[in-house]
Design a protein around this ligand. Structure first.
Ligand code: SF4
Length: 452
């Protein structure tokens, strides 16, 4: 294809939507393309190949992708458009029917064939989701964009059946990677400069039950934290039912494991939790939090909450407010429930009216804002270790994350993205604190990408 309209031949750009797992998968997509001779474009306008790595967990995420696709000119044949990720796994060929600008729909199981799919798509659009039997992306090259921090998937898919969730349908049953493959990846990342590793799984703490011999997440966490040179080990997302005391013991004993737990509760009402098929009730959840706080010093707890699940009454919602108040989450990701085709909840009657959902969402946000700011207030005057992750919305600040995942904004001139610093917290806002750098522990290496 020739260069025209400012397009760089053999260049690509990946637009990633959704969770950290997708961000990690995009590193593999980049690895496959660069190995085949493609290079990353500076922006969408210059890219010959545009890849959308999608999410369909929430309707809004899917709408964003459809919006992006419809913004691409249908007569622009100089570009190639590909879609992968959860929307591809869920809708397959229907994506091409609805959006004719799409040339390729591929699954991560067919990622190794992507260069070939690109060549073949010159003769017509292609949908190749692979055999959906992938154990992992172990043998697929990847490009690690950040030097000091990395994500490492420990398992794919989920065996739970939360009634609102599409993940088990689009990502399949839980498949754990072998402890040897995970440790070897972590050692390689640390060898290339990483000091922070986040272990990823849809249900990370049920890791290893499908392996023979069985493995446990607690053992894996201890082994990863023992890799020489590693400073910060994080993990997400945990299911309350699978948060064992063994895991908490490792968190308490290994200083490399960060004092952060992302433990989705979703609702404070037992009636709603049962309809969600969460497999735990309110008391069980509260007890796990109590135990975790008892065992792990300075533990920071975040959660996910869904507002307006079908049939949620005012009394159910009050139970959620009550639980948020009682637990005092350090932060929370709050979502208004949206129907996801193919899930049991999508068939449930008694949908909560949109205006009621919005009003409840506002009330919950107000309460959580108070809790978040109280939690940040405890950092005031303290020196905290921060991984500088990126630029803040206000360009004159960068975003630093504590070991507990709390956000501390730093003046951009004081710290570079992808560096590890110590800062003193001087001010606290509703969602973030502000601080000043006191020491740079590990400097970034600007412009370097590392291949693995
Ligand atoms: S635990 Fe529930 S919400 Fe989480 S991925 Fe599995 S089914 Fe979805």
């Amino acid at each position: 294809m020739s260069s025209q309209n400012g397009i760089e031949p053999n260049s690509y750009i990946i637009r990633t939507f959704g969770c950290q797992m997708n961000v990690h998968d995009s590193e593999h997509i980049a690895g496959v393309l660069e190995e085949a001779g493609y290079s990353r474009a500076a922006n969408v306008g210059e890219a010959e190949i545009i890849i959308f790595n999608t999410c369909c967990v929430r309707e809004s995420a899917e709408d964003k992708v459809w919006g992006n696709l419809s913004a691409i000119q249908s007569d622009d044949t100089s570009r190639l458009v590909a879609v992968c990720g959860c929307m591809a796994e869920s809708h397959g060929h229907k994506i091409i029917e609805r959006s004719p600008v799409v040339d390729i729909v591929f699954g991560l199981d067919s990622l190794k064939r992507l260069p070939e799919l690109i060549r073949r798509s010159r003769n017509g659009s292609i949908c190749d989701l692979g055999d959906r039997d992938r154990a992992s992306l172990d043998a697929v090259p990847s490009i690690q964009v950040r030097r000091l921090r990395a994500w490492v998937p420990v398992s794919y898919g989920c065996d739970n059946r939360c009634s609102y969730c599409v993940v088990p349908y689009v990502r399949g049953k839980e498949r754990s990677r072998s402890p040897e493959a995970i440790l070897s990846e972590v050692e390689s990342l640390v060898g290339r400069g990483a000091v922070e590793v986040t272990l990823l799984g849809q249900n990370v703490n049920s890791y290893g039950r499908d392996l023979c011999p069985r493995a446990s997440f607690a053992e894996l966490l201890r082994s990863v934290a023992s890799v020489p040179g590693i400073r910060r080990v994080k993990y997400e997302t945990s299911h309350p039912r699978d948060l064992t005391d063994d895991i908490l013991t490792v968190m308490a004993e290994m200083p490399q494991v960060c004092e952060h737990l992302h433990l989705p509760v979703q609702s404070g009402s037992d009636r709603v939790l049962e309809a969600m098929n969460r497999g735990h009730d309110r008391l069980f959840y509260i007890d796990r939090v109590r135990k975790a706080r008892e065992m792990v010093k300075d533990l920071v707890i975040s959660t996910d909450i869904i507002v307006g699940f079908p049939g949620e009454t005012e009394a159910d919602f009050s139970d959620t407010l009550d639980l948020v108040d009682a637990v005092g989450f350090d932060s929370a990701f709050m979502f208004i429930y949206s129907r996801r085709e193919g899930t049991p909840a999508a068939e449930m009657a008694d949908e909560v009216p949109a205006e009621v959902k919005s009003e409840r969402f506002m009330r919950l946000s107000r309460l959580q804002d108070i809790k978040t700011s109280q939690s940040l207030g405890r950092l005031l005057g303290r020196s905290v270790e921060l991984m500088v992750e990126g630029s803040a919305r206000r360009g004159d600040y960068v975003v630093g994350r504590t070991r507990g995942n709390q956000v501390v904004l730093l003046p951009a001139g004081e710290a570079h993205v992808d560096s590890l610093v110590v800062a003193e917290v001087q001010k606290v806002g509703r969602h973030a604190a502000r601080g000043e750098v006191r020491e740079v522990l590990q400097a970034c290496c600007p412009g370097r990408l590392s291949k693995g």
